[in-house]
Each structure stands twice: as C-alpha cells, then as structure tokens.
Design a protein around this ligand. Structure first.
Ligand code: HEC
Length: 136
C-alpha cells in the first residue's frame, strides 16, 4: 500500500513537472506573440504617422498657378516651356517626391541652376510648380 502510494506520488510529481514545462513553453510562445503583435501595431502607427506628416509637408498645389510661377521664375529658360524641351535636364514627367523637389529648388547644389530661397519662391509656390509638373 505504501509502495503503491509513493508510486502515485512520483507519477503526480513527474506529470506536474512535465505540465509546468509545457506551461512555460506555452507562456513563452504566447508572450512572444504578444510582443510581435505589439511591434506590428507600433510599426503601423509609425507608418501612418509618417504618411500624415508627409501629407502635411506637401501643401496642395494649384496647377494653373504653378505654370505661372514656372514661367515667371524662368525655370522655362533652362528646362524648357514644357519642362522637357530646354537645354537643362527634363523635369517633366517628374519622377520625385515633393520633399526632394523642394530641396532641389531651394538648393540644387549645381553650378548652373540658381538657388531659390523662400524669399524668392514660397513653399506654396513650390507646391504649385510641383503640382503642375506632376499632373499637367
Ligand atoms: C539657369 C538654368 C536653370 C534654371 C533657371 C533652373 N534650373 Fe533646374 N536645373 C538646371 C540644371 C543644369 C540642373 C541639373 C543639375 C546639375 O547637374 O547641375 C537642374 C536640375 C533641376 C531639377 C532636378 C532634376 C533631376 O532629375 O534631378 C529640378 C527638379 C529642377 N532643376 C527644377 C527647377 C525649377 C522648378 C526651376 C525654377 C524655379 C529651375 N529648375 C530653374 C538648370 C536650371
């Protein structure tokens, strides 16, 4: 009777150990899933924030005004009246984001293309030119 009892005890203890290991590994799995989910959520939040910030950085451009500013500031003298018919590189069709476009207009880092600081062309006017080149 005693012998039998101790056998049962051993079995219970070993089963408990086994179970606790299973529980541990399940807990680990669960935790890592939770952490992964959290990172995915955080990632999504970051992506959306970046999209919103980016959208805010690019003011709505007015195409008709853009064409006017483009001629007025003599972009046409180098890039041509259509943006692809001048001595300078073709900028129509335009294959770049607004931020890059603006930074080139502000400072093209070029011996030929002049710099256009905000006093000469406002952010809004740059956005107008961008809209015209992008959508005309
Ligand atoms: C005096 C000539 C000149 C004028 C004026 C000029 N550009 Fe440029 N632009 C250039 C040249 C040359 C380059 C090529 C940069 C280089 O290699 O030096 C260039 C490059 C660019 C680029 C980059 C093209 C690319 O594919 O990388 C953009 C965009 C651009 N110009 C827009 C404008 C806009 C908008 C205006 C008017 C506000 C303007 N440029 C006025 C000569 C000019």
């Amino acid at each position: 009777m005693l012998k039998q009892l101790s056998f049962v005890k051993v079995e219970v203890v070993s089963r408990y150990r086994f179970d606790s290991k299973v529980i541990e590994s399940e807990t680990e799995k669960y935790m890592s899933k939770l952490v992964t989910k959290r990172y995915v959520k955080l990632g999504l939040v970051l992506v959306f924030t970046a999209l919103i910030v980016n959208a805010c950085n690019a003011p709505e451009g007015n195409m008709a005004d853009g064409k006017r500013w483009y001629m007025m500031h003599n972009c046409s003298a180098c890039h041509g009246r259509q943006g692809n018919d001048g001595k300078g590189p073709a900028i129509y069709p335009l294959d770049m984001g607004f931020r890059r476009f603006k930074s080139i207009v502000r400072n093209a880092n070029s011996p030929i293309m002049p710099k256009f600081p905000e006093e000469k062309i406002s952010d809004q006017d740059v956005a107008d030119i961008y809209a015209w080149l992008k959508m005309k």
